[in-house]
Design a protein around this ligand. Structure first.
Ligand code: CA
Length: 214
């Protein structure tokens, strides 16, 4: 949270904490890049800061980081909002905003970013934004369902993903039948990857993506 007004920052910090969001607070433009470098999931950026303009901070930040940024603008200041979005802000809130609204937006941009970030697991890269899979740098031609299956498995290599979860996330939230179609798709996925050992069967559970070493 980049916010110089303690009357705004203090209740927000407490409110975000109540919403399960850990927050690092800085009050100066000059502290932002360093704070972000320590690793944060989302930046809430006030535009009026004592030692600089938040939009300049955003510009500097974008040179070094693609961390999601929510810009906090004064009521009705459309110009700031537009410039913020043009400079690569992910969202904005208009002051005064509620903790609840902010928490929801923080979660939404973090989730969106997670969904867009390519999953890299050794030889395999699953780019969910472009819906492209590469193995050792070579594109693998997958159907939509095969892609979705692999994307779920690649979220967490090594995790045994239950059949029911795979079925409900890739096909239908309601688990019906034996899920034979799941096994058929896993078989074609293995074939297309050209290395059956990449997708492991976990007996009695489901499937997992092999953890590659070295
Ligand atoms: Ca301010």
């Amino acid at each position: 949270m980049v916010e110089d007004d303690p009357a705004v920052a203090e209740p927000l910090l407490a409110g975000l904490k109540r919403n399960g969001i850990d927050t690092v607070h800085v009050a100066y433009a000059s502290h932002v890049v360093e704070a972000v470098a320590q690793g944060v999931d989302v930046v809430l950026l006030d535009l009026g800061l004592p030692d600089g303009d938040g939009l300049d901070v955003l510009r500097d930040l974008r040179r070094v980081s693609d961390v999601p940024v929510i810009v906090a603008t004064a009521r009705g200041d459309e110009a700031d909002r537009i410039v913020g979005l043009e400079l690569g802000a992910d969202d904005y809130v208009v002051k005064p905003y509620s903790v609840r609204e902010l928490a929801a937006r923080v979660r939404a941009v973090a989730r969106r970013r997670r969904v867009e970030a390519p999953l890299e697991t050794g030889r395999l890269v699953v780019d969910r934004k472009r819906r492209v899979v590469t193995l050792d740098g070579t594109a693998v031609d997958l159907t939509a369902k095969e892609f979705d299956l692999l994307a779920v498995l690649a979220e967490e290599p090594g995790r045994a993903v239950p059949r029911q979860e795979l079925f409900s996330r890739v096909w239908d939230p309601v688990w019906v039948g034996t899920g034979k179609t799941l096994d058929v798709h896993i078989a074609t996925l293995r074939k297309k990857l050209g290395d059956a050992s990449l997708v492991e069967t976990v007996r009695g559970v489901g499937y997992r993506l092999a953890v590659e070493t070295g």
